[in-house]
Ligand binder design. Structure first.
Ligand code: KIV
Length: 296
């Protein structure tokens, strides 16, 4: 069982631990909420150093750190391991874990049992599940009823991207926008403390925001949400290709990593590494005794 580590000393120690009421107060005072994904100790530490409000162990980790082609394949044990590692680096932010595809759809009992594992075994503060249809809403209500806070997720829901016609913006027809609205309102009614809007037209988000009283975190949903989320690897450029339209890159770490490993490989092959300063010394007397013993 994982427990929340004590806040460290240093730049991040001054802030208090982020709670659900605190997120609600940020919404009411119109202070933008910052959420970022993380999947391990170093990414969690980077999020903490920036003082983000919510760290999400997204099932995007299936692709960003586990190398699967989509989020569908990742399993509960894998997500628990990523969440526990992220927990060890998360001291102030609210830690939300994605329930992976197939871990909550079968029944309310399955959803509650999975959510409880993320809290008890991995130390998550809350879980996120995808979709605004009747199944997702019912599961969200069951998990909330069991005492685990739930974040909803509407619009583009990658776990069911095939059924949605691929990885593309949702809510671009009146029918699709109405479905998003119905889902969002139902998730709110089910007791979710927050929800994600992904790949939703700005105008649809703007029309819905006055009707939603819980914090809405957007990704490709425009500037009118209460906060924003980006995938760690997307914003830091740890990937090949351009990524989705909504991604803004703040660094090109893949280039830096490739260059660093290539320089190391070149140094080893050319005999430049290790140099004298990378080695350990031994007292000459000890070395002489050692050599004598070898010769005996
Ligand atoms: O898995 C994930 O990273 C997500 C975010 C895009 C919200 O669900």
């Amino acid at each position: 069982m994982s427990s929340k580590p004590a806040p460290p000393s240093g730049p991040t120690s001054a802030r208090s631990v982020v709670t659900i009421p605190h997120l609600q107060s940020l919404k009411l005072s119109r202070v933008p909420i910052v959420m970022v994904t993380a999947y391990d100790y170093p990414s969690a530490r980077a999020a903490e150093a920036a003082g983000v409000d919510i760290v999400l162990v997204g099932d995007s980790g299936a692709m960003t750190v586990l190398g699967y082609p989509s989020t569908v394949a990742v399993g509960i044990e894998e997500m628990l391991m990523l969440t526990a590692a992220t927990r060890r680096g998360t001291t102030g932010a609210l830690l939300v874990a994605d329930l992976p595809f197939g871990s909550y759809e079968v029944s309310d009992q399955q959803a509650v049992a999975t959510a409880v594992r993320f809290v008890k075994e991995a130390g998550a503060d809350a879980v996120k599940l995808e979709g605004g249809g009747s199944m997702s809403v019912q599961r969200a209500a069951a998990v909330v009823g069991a005492g685990v806070p739930v974040m909803g997720h509407v619009g583009l829901t990658p776990q069911t991207a095939t059924a949605l016609g691929g990885y593309k913006a949702q809510g671009r027809s009146a029918e699709s926008a109405i479905a998003i609205a119905r889902g969002a309102l139902a998730l709110q009614e089910a007791g979710c403390f927050s929800m994600v809007f992904e790949a939703v037209p700005n105008a649809v988000t703007a029309a819905l925001m006055p009707r939603i009283s819980i914090p809405v975190i957007g990704i490709g949903a425009g500037p009118d949400t209460d906060g924003q989320v980006l995938v760690f690897h997307d914003l830091l450029g740890i990937r090949a290709g351009e990524g989705a339209r909504f991604v803004k890159r703040y660094a090109d770490l893949q280039d830096a990593m490739d260059a660093g490993v290539a320089a190391y490989a070149a140094d080893v092959r050319a005999g430049r590494y290790p140099a004298a300063e990378h080695g350990y010394s031994i007292d000459p007397v000890q070395l002489a005794r050692f050599a004598e013993t070898l010769d005996e």
